[in-house]
Design a protein around this ligand. Structure first.
Ligand SMILES: Cc1ncc(COP(=O)(O)O)c(C=O)c1O
Length: 366
């Protein structure tokens, strides 16, 4: 990224040599992203991140296909970027079906099929959930949508770079990506949109990104996203293997040394680096604060939504009662996590919980 901050600071829309070098860098990054997800480079639209990609997919499809219908299908556990875009559609005369999930957080493909109507223009179901890590049956849902002639969007922000993703094999028409979820910079992402998909822009101006995303491209960030995509293409399979082993150890460690703990989400169909647990009687926010004092950073619900201080709606949608939902923390593992970190996390968590329980027993006896 550094040369594009220092020397090659041209605007990719300029025709002079500095501009051309910036354009070449953007187009190289577009190819790198396309290779990671198996699409054509001209099907990648760079955005400011996953949120904008989700908004462009949902509002863009709705805008361009309104003559075909005004019905959209999504799930109750989508990220706010999808849910709020859908609520915006509802305020503008669209109807949205929010599908339920099972206790693991899985959307049943047959529920998608049953919800599709003649006026349905889009199905948007995430590839993997950001709170509980559950991996959705995207290929089955894609096949249903393709058969019934409905566009299929998936928010793959949590999955790209961690799970093998192939937009062709999974019949995906639109897919959202965010660079910082696969070790790239923040504030840059992309929407994959199949060449044949009719899409209206949601940002208007100079007509960059084939008129779908006006505004001068953030060249250093796009270059960083491309590099991250290329690294992910080579490293993600090995990383997935290591993370699966470490997260299994973390889950087993917590379950055996912290009485009253339960794993949220699916035991196997989950993101390799996501561990979400509820611990009876231990508020997530309290635990998070105590762990932070000891150098371990965890989130409660989803970091992206903690600014809104809402109850973790994803856990509630899986049927978890409100108390246990509020007693949940999410531990995230990445390529820099070590076995030593896992041991320390288990031990620290167990000590905190034991201490609190011992004290509260004393208090209650007293
Ligand atoms: C599933 C999912 N979708 C969308 C987003 C939003 O992405 P961004 O923060 O890049 O806008 C996030 C962020 O964590 C996410 O987890």
């Amino acid at each position: 990224m550094l040369p594009y901050f220092y020397y090659d600071y041209g605007n990719p829309s300029s025709i002079h040599p500095l501009g051309r070098r910036a354009r070449e860098a953007v187009e190289r990054a577009r190819e790198q992203v396309a290779q990671l997800i198996n699409c054509q480079p001209n099907e990648v639209i760079f955005t400011s991140g996953g949120t904008e990609a989700d908004n462009l997919a949902i509002l863009g499809v709705a805008g361009a296909n309104v003559s075909k219908g005004r019905h959209v299908i999504t799930s109750q556990i989508e990220h706010h970027a999808v849910l709020e875009a859908c609520r915006n559609l509802e305020r503008n005369g669209f109807e949205v079906t929010y599908l339920e999930v099972d206790p693991f957080g899985i959307v049943a493909p047959e529920n998608v099929r049953d919800a599709i109507r003649p006026d349905t223009i889009l199905v948007s179901i995430m590839t993997a959930n950001n709170v509980i890590g559950t991996i959705e049956p995207v290929a089955e849902i894609g096949a249903i949508c393709q058969k019934l002639g409905v566009l299929f969007h998936t928010d793959a922000v949590q999955a790209v770079g961690h799970l093998p993703i192939d937009v062709e094999r999974s019949d995906i028409d639109l897919m959202s990506l965010s660079a910082h979820k696969f070790y790239g910079p923040k504030g840059v992402g992309a929407l994959y949109a199949r060449g044949s998909v009719a899409l209206s822009p949601i940002i208007f101006g100079g007509g960059q990104e084939e008129g779908l995303r006006s505004g001068t491209e953030n060249v250093p960030a796009i270059v960083g996203m491309g590099a991250a995509a290329e690294i992910a293409r080579y490293e993600s399979a090995g990383e997935e293997f290591c993370l699966r082993k470490m997260s299994r150890d973390l889950i087993a460690g917590i379950m055996t040394s912290v009485p009253g703990s339960r794993l949220n989400g699916h035991p196997d169909k989950r993101l390799p680096g996501n561990v979400n647990v509820s611990i009876e009687g231990m508020e997530g926010e309290y635990l998070s604060g105590e762990l932070a004092k000891r150098g371990i950073c965890v989130s409660t619900g989803s970091a992206c939504s903690s600014a809104t201080h809402e109850a973790p709606y994803v856990l509630l949608a899986t049927g978890l009662d409100r108390d246990l939902a509020n007693c949940s923390i999410r531990l995230s593992l990445g390529k820099h996590t070590t076995d030593e970190d896992i041991k320390r996390a288990v031990q620290t968590l167990s000590e905190i919980v034991q201490k609190v329980r011992a004290e509260s027993e004393v208090y209650s006896r007293w």
